[in-house]
Design a protein around this ligand. Structure first.
Ligand code: FES
Length: 152
């Protein structure tokens, strides 16, 4: 990420430290993670200790300090989904993408993440991709889902 882009985001939020979370959200949206050098740059620009930004970056699930894939597949591992086969879905996705839980594919297309209850237990088991919920998903459908996402 260029410093020009970071400066644009900082300017959008008037370089006001009270908008540190919003600034980090914009950086995350742009870059799909919070690179260490960018966190240091933002900390200097906002006159904040960089530790404060790392705290925000690790506290909120929406942020990641590691590069994430273009598509983040969140597999719900809550009780209802677990009972209805979420571990099989997670295994199938892990095999299909050839990444472990929490991993990102080498081509940067996909990140696989087990998550807590997504709040839509009636359609368990659930996989969330971006804002889209895929309910009552079966391990056999995983390949089709990945193919669709890869094709865009
Ligand atoms: S347990 Fe999966 S949505 Fe609630």
């Amino acid at each position: 990420m260029t410093t020009q882009k970071v400066d644009k985001i900082l300017d959008r939020w008037k370089r006001d430290p009270q908008y540190a979370i919003e600034i980090l959200q914009d950086i995350q949206d742009e870059h799909r993670h919070l690179p260490a050098d960018v966190l240091h740059y933002v900390a200097d620009a906002l006159a904040l200790p960089v530790g404060r930004l790392y705290h925000i970056g690790t506290f909120f699930k929406a942020f990641s300090l590691k590069p994430r894939g273009e598509h983040v597949l969140e597999v719900c591992m809550g009780t209802a989904c677990h009972v209805r086969g979420a571990p099989r879905i997670l295994d199938a996705l892990s095999r299909e993408l050839e990444v472990p839980e929490g991993g990102t594919t080498k081509d940067g297309k996909f990140t696989l993440e087990p998550v807590r209850c997504l709040g839509c237990c009636a359609i368990a088991p659930v996989v969330k991709v971006g804002k889209d919920l895929h309910g009552e998903i079966q391990a056999a459908r995983v390949k089709t889902l990945v193919k669709k996402l890869a094709e865009g």
